[in-house]
Design a protein around this ligand. Structure first.
Ligand code: SF4
Length: 361
C-alpha cells in the first residue's frame, strides 16, 4: 500500500491530506519547511534552481525518512521551469538511492487529475474521486476564508495574538472534518468567530498588496512570515495569490474568475502582452488593480532566478512611474537573511508613509 506525501505550501496540506485520506490512502505530511529542509535542499539541489523546487526536495527527503514511498507533485507544463520540476526531483532522489514512486499531476488537465488521483489511491470509482476532490476543494475555500479574516483582523486587534489564536483553532477544526456535511455552515462560524475579536482601526492605516510567485507568497517560512510582520506594523495586507483562484484560473470553470483574469490581463497589456509562465503577467496586472482598489504599495515576492517574476521585475519601473504605485521587489533564496529583508520592508513602509498617500477612513 503506498504511503503518500506531497509538497508543503502554506496550509494546502490540510486539503490534500483530506482528499487522499477520504480515498483511503495513507498519508505522511512532511514537516513544515524548516532549517533542516533548507540544509537538505542546499546539499542536493542544483544551486541555481528555484527555491520552491529546493524546499520541496528537502521536504520529500524528510517525508521519505518518515515512511512515505509515493510522492505526488505538480508540474508537467511550462513555459517556465515548473514544467520539468517533478522530473528533476525524481532524478535527484533516485540518484540518492531512495526507493519511491513519483506521480506528477498536471493541474491544467481536469480529466488527468481524476485519473491520477484514482491511480494514486487505487480507487476504482470516479464518483468517489470527484467527491473527495470536492471535499478538499471546499476545505481549501474555508482555509482561505479564515486567512482573509485573519488578515482583516490582525493589524487592528486590541489583544495581541488573539486573531492568530482564533485562526489556528479554526484550522484545526477544518483539519479534523471527516465528512462533507461538517463543512455546511462553517463559513458562517468562521466569520462569527472573527467578528468577536476586538479591533480598532486607526485613521490613515496603510494597505499593501502582495503579489508574486505562488509558493513564495503562500509559504510563511520562506517569506519570513511577511504578512504577520506587516500586520504587526498595523498594515492591512491583501494577498492576491490564492490556491482556489489559481486553480480556477487554469480550469476557467468560473465566470467570475474568467472576467477577473480578462481584466487583469487587460491591465497588464500595455506592459506585458503574453503569459510568460508562473504569475508574471498577474503580478503586473494585480499591482495595477491594487492601485485602483486604493492600496498604497505593492510587495513582489519571488525566488531568486524565477524567470516570470524577473520579467515582471524588469517592467515594474515603468509601472511605478505610469501608475504611480510604489513596488518593492524581494527576491529570496536559502541565503536570504530575515533582518536584511525586514529592514528593506520597513524602509519601504516609511517611504510610502512619507508619500502621504496613506489616508483610509
Ligand atoms: S514560476 Fe518561477 S519559481 Fe516557479 S517554477 Fe517557474 S521559474 Fe521556478
Amino acid at each position: 500500500m503506498p504511503v503518500i506525501t506531497f509538497p508543503h505550501m502554506g496550509y494546502v496540506y490540510i486539503a490534500l491530506k483530506s482528499i487522499f485520506k477520504t480515498l483511503g490512502g495513507e498519508v505522511v505530511v512532511p514537516p513544515r519547511p524548516n532549517k533542516n529542509t533548507i540544509t537538505l535542499a542546499s546539499k542536493y539541489a542544483p544551486e541555481l534552481v528555484c527555491l520552491p523546487l529546493k524546499i520541496n526536495l528537502g521536504n520529500f527527503i524528510e517525508a521519505i525518512n518518515l515512511g512515505a514511498n509515493l510522492i505526488v507533485t505538480g508540474g508537467g507544463e511550462g513555459p517556465c521551469r515548473y514544467g520539468y520540476y517533478g522530473e528533476i526531483q525524481r532524478r535527484i532522489l533516485k540518484d540518492l538511492g531512495y526507493d519511491f514512486d513519483l506521480v506528477m499531476v498536471n493541474q491544467t488537465k481536469g480529466i488527468e487529475i481524476i485519473k491520477k488521483f484514482k491511480y494514486i489511491t487505487k480507487t476504482k470509482s470516479t464518483w468517489d474521486t470527484l467527491k473527495a476532490l470536492y471535499f478538499g476543494w471546499n476545505k481549501m475555500k474555508l482555509i482561505e476564508l479564515a486567512e482573509d479574516n485573519l488578515r482583516a483582523s490582525r493589524p487592528f486587534e486590541m489583544v495581541e495574538g488573539e486573531s492568530e489564536r482564533v485562526f489556528l483553532k479554526i484550522l484545526q477544526e477544518i483539519d479534523n472534518m471527516k465528512i462533507l456535511k461538517e463543512i455546511k455552515d462553517f463559513s458562517g462560524y468562521i466569520n462569527e468567530s472573527f467578528s468577536k475579536i476586538n479591533i480598532e482601526k486607526k485613521d490613515g492605516y496603510l494597505k499593501i498588496a502582495i503579489v508574486g510567485e505562488v509558493f513564495m507568497v503562500l509559504e510563511p517560512f520562506v517569506n519570513f512570515n511577511i504578512e504577520k510582520r506587516l500586520a504587526e506594523m498595523g498594515i492591512f495586507v491583501d494577498r492576491t495569490v490564492k490556491i482556489t483562484n489559481w486553480l480556477k484560473r487554469v480550469w476557467l470553470f468560473d465566470s467570475e474568475a474568467r472576467s477577473e483574469i480578462k481584466m487583469i490581463k487587460e491591465l497588464a497589456k500595455p506592459y506585458l502582452k503574453e503569459h510568460i509562465g508562473g504569475e508574471g503577467i498577474y503580478s503586473i496586472g494585480q499591482s495595477i488593480l491594487s492601485k485602483a482598489r486604493g492600496y498604497d504599495g505593492v510587495i513582489q515576492i519571488a525566488p531568486f532566478t524565477c524567470m516570470p517574476e524577473i520579467v515582471a521585475y524588469s517592467i515594474f519601473p515603468k509601472v511605478m512611474q505610469k501608475e504611480k504605485i510604489p513596488v518593492l521587489s524581494l527576491f529570496l533564496d536559502e541565503h536570504s537573511v530575515e533582518t536584511g529583508i525586514m529592514t528593506r520592508v520597513e524602509a519601504f513602509v516609511d517611504l510610502i508613509k512619507r508619500q502621504g498617500k496613506n489616508k483610509h477612513q
